[in-house]
Design a protein around this ligand. Structure first.
Ligand SMILES: Cc1ncc(COP(=O)(O)O)c(C=O)c1O
Length: 417
């Protein structure tokens, strides 16, 4: 198995040029050029990813791990190469610490379910989460509750949407078993100080899971530097296909955890009386996986690796700053989530106008933003709003697109004046 030859000369980041890599950005919506500002929900795919999927299904499709024939070995090699690419991408110690799953949601469910099976939790134990979790990092912990009840302890946040780290430290007690926190909030854009959170949790001997669904698309993640025990993200938010995602886990935890699902490809021996399981990561990957998805995610990583990520990050920062400034010029517009450390998300409300009306009206101009609770109802409750409108950016967005959003919102305001 080989990884790609490292690219020594990085491709210069030029937003107009890279937009050509994303075919969908050329399409019209309602007769207008698409302005896609819902990247926190899912990102668009570069031609390289689309081609990788097409190539796989056109030339290389076969089931993996089990066949001793040419195509099966080719498909296996590509899928396992993708795992190595993910390992490098987030700097895991070993490729066996990379579990392919459907996405962030499944990654967190896998950890919750298997820790429950392993009797990691006793009745009355506590998992610390934040007030800004996506439902994917709330509901799995609640679903675990049967005979043993596990309680969620919530790190509060201030009116800017920043976590209260002093309050976090006070949440630890004898019953604290796990900290599970979001790296970047999809509803507020807050970048949480996860390195510090991990340090504090480890000083109490408590492991930490990081929901990196919104962080991996925007920053270079180094799980070893963070010292995260688990790190979860979704392929489709990082310019890869839907239906594929990653659970990183430290070997010591993955080896302690029992399998998530049973079936083919995760066993060593099976009799009607007893089954023995394969090593990690196979132990967690029962059945035929999303082979094309894994390969597509590998292609997305190769795509990103062509660039100096810092250039992309700088561009995204410029877009966020410009959009924040311009949106705040709109009378009656209030940004929900004004943390000092923010990334690529602006949630807002406009006085007297329901977010659904905002979203529906600007859609007529081809502008796609998200409206609703963004699967973070506790955030809506904390800020006492039923919903927000949310513009979320990727490195292919431009200042001109921000201007179009502002024009669209001014039009909405006129209609409701
Ligand atoms: C912070 C966060 N966590 C988890 C998820 C769930 O991701 P997925 O639906 O890809 O499993 C999302 C999706 O929006 C998210 O933004």
């Amino acid at each position: 198995m080989k990884t790609e030859t490292p690219i020594l000369t990085k491709r210069k980041f030029n937003v107009e040029e890279i937009r050509n890599d994303f075919p969908i950005l050329k399409r019209l919506v309602n007769g207008k050029p698409l302005v896609y500002l819902d990247n926190a929900a899912t990102s668009q795919k570069p031609r390289a990813v689309i081609d990788a999927l097409e190539h796989y299904y056109t030339f290389d499709n076969a089931n993996i791990h089990r066949g001793l024939y040419f195509l099966s070995e080719l498909a296996t090699d590509q899928y396992e190469t993708a795992r190595l690419k993910v390992k490098e991408f987030i700097n895991a110690m070993s490729a066996s610490e990379i579990i392919f799953v459907r996405g962030t949601t499944e990654a967190i469910n896998l950890v919750a379910t298997t820790l429950k099976t392993a009797k990691f939790f006793e009745d009355g134990d506590e998992v610390i989460v934040t007030n800004m979790e996506h439902h994917a990092n709330i509901v799995p912990w609640q679903l675990m509750n049967g005979n043993t009840r596990v309680h969620l302890k919530v790190i509060p946040m201030n009116d800017a949407g920043e976590l209260d780290i002093d309050a976090f430290e006070k949440l630890f007690g004898k019953k604290t078993k796990l900290v599970s926190v979001v790296h970047i909030s999809n509803a507020l854009g807050t970048i949480n100080p996860v390195k510090k959170i991990i340090e504090i949790a480890h000083s109490h001997n408590v492991p930490v899971l990081i929901d990196g669904a919104q962080a991996v698309p925007h920053f270079k993640i180094d799980v070893q530097e963070l010292d995260a025990d688990f790190y979860a993200f979704s392929g489709h938010k990082v310019y890869g296909p839907t239906g594929i995602g990653v659970l990183y886990g430290k070997t010591e935890f993955l080896e302690m955890m029992p399998p998530y699902q049973g079936g083919g490809d995760m066993i060593r021996t099976v009799t009607f009386e007893h089954t023995t399981f394969d090593d990690i990561p196979r132990k967690f990957e029962a059945g035929t996986p999303n082979i094309a998805g894994g390969i597509g995610l590998g292609a997305a990583i190769d795509y990103l690796n062509q660039f100096d990520r810092n250039e992309m990050i700088d561009h995204e920062k410029d877009i966020l700053n410009y959009a924040t400034e311009e949106l705040l010029k709109i009378d009656g517009l209030r940004i929900i989530g004004t943390a000092k450390e923010k990334a690529s998300v602006i949630s807002f409300v406009i006085e007297g106008i329901h977010p659904y009306d905002i979203g529906t009206i600007i859609d007529t101009d081809g502008i796609a933003i998200r409206t609703g609770h963004h699967c973070t109802q506790p955030v809506m409750q904390r800020f006492n709003v039923p919903a927000t409108a949310r513009a979320s950016f990727a490195f292919y967005n431009t200042m001109e697109e921000v201007d179009k959003l502002v024009l669209g919102l001014q039009k909405v305001k006129k209609m409701f004046a």
